[in-house]
Design a protein around this ligand. Structure first.
Ligand code: NDP
Ligand code: HSE
Length: 436
C-alpha cells in the first residue's frame, strides 16, 4: 500500500515530539497499519531543527499554507496552537480535502462547531485526542468505549501545570511564582501561562468533554472559570488537616435542571484516587449509568506523551480514510442529527458543598450568628472548627457545609460578611465528594 503522507504544522514541543514518535516507532506503526506513515512536509521557522529531525525527502517550508495546499498531503497535523492562523490553516486544510489532527483545545472549544460542520461537508476527519489530557486516550473512551452509557458526570484534573503547582506548593511549601517558572521550563505551561493558572486551558478541555459526553454543541461561553492564582496556602493546609486535597477540577454534570460546566479549585477527600494525582499527571473520572465510575490517569502534557495521542489519531485516520463515511465515529460522539443544544446552568444554579473560611472577632455569640445565617438559607453544616486566634482578637473559623444551591450559599456569605464582627471577605471553595 502507498505510504500515508503527513504534513506537520509547527515544530514546537508537540510538533517536534510528533516527528520524533513517527521516526522512533516507524516500524511498529507500519506493522500496526500495514503501510508506512511518512512525514512528507513540515512547516517551521527553524529549518535547521527540521533537517536534523526529518528525512532528506521531507519538504521543509516556513509557509504553513504551502503544507495545507500541498496536493500530496493526506493528513495535516496542526500543532501551532492559538486560534488565529491555526483556524485559517485547519479550515483551509479541510477545504482542500485533507484530514486534520489537532492538539488545539482552544481552537476546538471556541470554533469546534464550525470546524466539524465544514469537515462533515467535505467528508474529512478531524481528530483531537491530544487536545484533552495529553497522552490519556479519554476522547476515545468517551466517544467509543463508553458508547453504551448515559454519561452522568465528568470530573478531571486536566491542567498539568496547575496540578504541578498545587502539588509542589502542598508537598514542598514552594512559592507559586517559582513553581510556575519550573513548569514553563519543563514545557508544560502554555505560551501564555495565565491560560493554565486562571482555568482557561482546563475550561477548553472540559467544554470539549462535556460536548462529547452529552451530545451537545461545544459551548465554551457557558463554562465558569476560576483558577488557582488567588488560592491561599493557608487553605491548602487547612483542607489537608480536614482530610481534603485542593485540586483544580474541570467538572461537567447532567442534572434535571441542565448541564453544569465549570472549572475551579475544589476540595476532594484525600481518600479518593483522584486526590492523589500529583505533579503534571492528569486524571479524568467519568460517572456513567451502566459502567459506574471509571478513572483515566496519565501524563497530561509534554512532548512525547502528547505526541503519542497525535500519532494515535494519525493511525486512526489511516485505518478509516479509505472506508465509507458512515463507518466513521462522529466528531461529537453522537450522530450529527442527535447533537442537541441543552440548557447550560449558570453558576447560581449549580449544587455543591462548600469550604468557608471566615475571619471574625473572637467573642461569644459570633459562631452562633454565623451558623444561624447559614441555617436561614437552609445550609446544613458538616463541620465547623476554629483554627486559631490572629492578633489576639480575631478568630479564623473554617466551616464545611453539606450540599446546597450556590445562590443560597452566596446569599448566606453576603449576610455573614455584613456582620460587624466579620472584617474580611469570606473565602469560599467548592467541595466535591466524588463518591458516586
Ligand atoms: P509550542 O509553542 O512549543 O510550539 C508551537 C509551534 O508552532 C512553534 O514552535 C512554531 O513552530 C509554530 N507556530 C506557532 N505560532 C506560529 C506563527 N504565528 N507563525 C509561525 N509558526 C508558528 O507549542 P506546543 O507544542 O506546546 O503546543 C502546540 C499545541 O498543542 C497547542 O495547541 C497546545 O495547546 C497543544 N498541547 C500542548 C501540550 C504540551 O504539553 N505542550 C499538551 C497538549 C496539547 P516552529 O518553532 O517550528 O516555527
Ligand atoms: N498547558 C497544558 C497543561 C498542556 O499544563 O496541562 C496540556 O494541554
Amino acid at each position: 500500500m502507498k505510504p500515508v503522507n503527513i504534513g506537520i504544522l509547527g515544530l514546537g514541543t508537540v510538533g517536534g515530539g510528533t516527528v520524533e514518535v513517527l521516526r522512533r516507532n516507524a516500524a511498529e506503526i507500519s506493522r500496526r497499519l500495514g503501510r508506512e506513515v511518512k512525514v512528507a512536509a513540515v512547516s517551521t521557522r527553524d529549518a535547521q531543527k527540521a533537517r536534523a529531525l526529518c528525512g532528506a525527502d521531507t519538504l521543509i517550508t516556513d509557509d504553513p499554507f504551502e503544507v495545507v495546499r500541498h496536493e500530496g498531503i493526506d493528513i495535516v497535523a496542526e500543532l501551532f496552537g492559538g486560534t488565529e492562523i491555526a483556524k485559517d490553516l485547519v479550515l483551509e486544510a479541510i477545504e482542500n480535502g485533507k484530514h486534520v489532527v489537532t492538539a488545539n483545545k482552544k481552537l476546538l472549544a471556541e470554533y469546534g462547531n464550525e470546524i466539524f460542520a465544514r469537515a462533515e461537508a467535505k467528508n474529512v476527519m478531524v481528530q483531537f485526542e491530544a487536545a484533552v489530557a495529553g497522552g490519556i486516550p479519554i476522547i476515545k473512551a468517551l466517544r467509543e468505549g463508553l458508547a453504551a452509557n448515559n454519561i452522568r458526570s465528568i470530573a478531571g484534573i486536566i491542567n498539568g501545570t496547575s496540578n504541578f503547582i498545587l502539588s509542589e506548593m502542598r508537598e514542598k511549601g514552594s512559592a507559586f511564582a517559582d513553581v510556575l517558572k519550573e513548569a514553563q521550563a519543563l514545557g508544560y505551561a502554555e505560551a501564555d501561562p495565565t491560560f493554565d493558572i486562571e482555568g482557561h486551558d482546563a475550561g477548553h478541555k472540559i467544554t470539549i468533554m462535556s460536548a462529547l459526553a452529552f451530545g451537545t454543541p461545544v459551548n465554551f461561553a457557558a463554562c465558569y472559570l476560576e483558577g488557582i492564582s488567588r488560592l491561599d496556602s493557608r487553605d491548602i493546609k487547612y483542607a489537608e488537616e480536614l482530610g481534603y486535597r485542593i485540586k483544580l477540577l474541570g467538572i461537567t454534570r447532567k442534572t434535571e435542571k441542565g448541564i453544569e460546566l465549570r472549572v475551579h479549585p475544589t476540595l476532594v477527600p484525600e481518600c479518593r484516587l483522584i486526590a492523589n494525582v500529583n505533579g503534571v499527571m492528569n486524571a479524568v473520572r467519568v460517572q456513567a449509568d451502566m459502567v459506574g465510575e471509571t478513572l483515566y490517569y496519565g501524563p497530561g502534557a509534554g512532548a512525547l506523551p502528547t505526541a503519542s495521542a497525535v500519532v494515535a489519531d494519525i493511525v486512526d485516520i489511516c485505518r478509516l480514510m479509505d472506508a465509507g463515511v458512515q463507518n466513521r465515529v462522529p466528531y461529537l460522539a453522537f450522530h450529527p442529527q442527535g447533537v442537541q443544544p441543552l440548557t447550560m446552568l449558570p453558576m447560581d444554579e449549580i449544587t455543591s458543598s462548600y469550604y468557608l473560611r471566615v475571619q471574625a472577632e473572637d467573642k461569644p455569640g459570633v459562631l452562633g450568628n454565623i451558623a444561624s445565617l447559614l441555617a436561614k438559607q437552609e445550609i446544613s453544616i458538616e463541620a465547623l472548627i476554629q483554627k486559631g486566634v490572629i492578633d489576639g482578637s480575631k478568630a479564623e473559623i473554617v466551616i464545611l457545609t453539606h450540599s446546597t444551591v450556590e445562590k443560597q450559599m452566596k446569599a448566606a456569605i453576603a449576610e455573614v460578611e455584613a456582620l460587624a464582627s466579620v472584617s474580611e471577605p469570606v473565602v469560599m471553595i467548592r467541595m466535591e465528594a466524588l463518591n458516586g
